[in-house]
Design a protein around this ligand. Structure first.
Ligand code: UDP
Ligand code: MG
Length: 321
């Protein structure tokens, strides 16, 4: 859809219960596209596309009001809360046939929107994907910083290759999105999937700020869930570890059997209750963990075989032709 020589930019913003934040950040996004258009980097037809992820507060009505105020604001609403990853995907898929480039960003003002200039510049230099990478986490608490950085290290150690300190603030061209649409998986971990698409890419560093208002929807438990999902969606390394570990345990067990037989032949078998119990406990524990990990993969296969829709859009702020 390249009508004008300047690329049409869609900023895609997932919103879940953000009534406190949205009225503050929405004008900033609008200003960003008008500024970018003023300096001739993007088309004046660029848009700010909000994705309401089944919010329970006034978020959707705020989005509808914004869309009435200014044609640069657009909104779609998911039929229910499906989580951040699905919301971003819904927005990107909605945008891909209407624009040349998308930038996904959270709506809470934590990610520096001024990094968009450098992202768009990189696009003009021929990059199809530009990753926003946090240069520091000074504003995060020590705990958040530590857990978040461990998250990336764990993911990479487990074979899910992700860009260090990159979340979901990134530019993707429509061309990349057309290819990305063929990644049909239901278990989404966008930051691990996007690099698989390939194409020329680069990263842009930015400072991460504190949330303007409201609270994070990603406490430690959700972050651990996301890490586990990321690993099991992208890599089978844990299963390999299990195989390796299984071999190790088997070798040790075999030595143990040898030892037991020799002891028995020598006639020095004394009551070995403690050692016996520990071995049984240890091995059954290991087996349960292994079964759990394998079960996780089977669960994923189960979910994938259903191939349920990844998002359902119930409303839009515009009439569809
Ligand atoms: N979000 C969403 N659906 C959810 C949870 C969060 O669309 O179920 C959005 C939220 O509105 C925000 C972004 O995802 O724009 C990131 O969430 P948050 O700021 O709470 O996470 P954090 O930045 O603390 O990791
Ligand atoms: Mg946030």
């Amino acid at each position: 859809m390249k009508h004008s020589p300047l690329p049409v930019l869609y900023i895609v913003i997932p919103c879940y219960n953000e009534e406190q934040v949205l009225p503050i950040t929405a004008p900033l996004f609008l200003k960003k596209i008008t500024d970018l258009a003023a300096v001739g980097k993007v088309s004046p037809d660029s848009r700010v596309l909000f994705v309401n992820d089944g919010s329970k507060d006034k978020t959707w009505s705020i989005i509808c009001d914004l869309a009435k105020q200014d044609p640069h604001y657009l909104g779609i609403s998911q039929s229910r809360n499906r989580g951040h990853q699905n919301a971003v995907l819904a927005g990107l898929m909605e945008a891909k046939d209407r624009c040349d480039i998308t930038i996904s960003i959270d709506c809470d003002g934590q990610d520096d929107i001024n990094a968009m200039d450098a992202m768009v510049d990189a696009y003009h230099d021929g990059c199809e994907i530009v990753y926003g990478v946090r240069s520091s986490r000074q504003t995060d608490t020590f705990f958040k910083r530590f857990t978040a950085e461990s998250f990336y290290k764990l993911l990479n150690a487990m074979g899910a290759e992700v860009v260090f300190n990159h979340a979901d603030y990134r530019l993707m061209s429509a061309r990349v999105l057309q290819e990305f649409a063929n990644f049909k998986e239901v278990n989404l971990f966008l930051r691990g999937m996007v690099p698989l698409v390939g194409f020329k890419s680069t990263s842009v560093a930015y400072e991460r700020h504190e949330r303007i208002a409201g609270e994070s929807h990603y406490p430690l438990s959700k972050m651990l869930g996301l890490a586990f999902d990321g690993i099991t969606s992208l890599s089978i390394k844990p299963i390999r570890f299990i195989t390796g570990f299984g071999v190790l345990v088997a070798v040790v067990s075999f030595l143990g059997v040898l030892w037991a037989v020799i002891e028995a032949i020598l006639g020095s078998t004394v009551s070995g209750w403690a050692s016996m119990t520990s071995i049984i406990c240890f091995v059954s524990g290991v087996q349960l963990i292994c079964l759990g990990v394998i079960g996780e993969y089977i669960g994923k296969i189960y979910m994938e075989t259903k191939s349920r829709p990844r998002y359902i859009i119930s409303e839009r702020t515009w009439e569809q032709e």
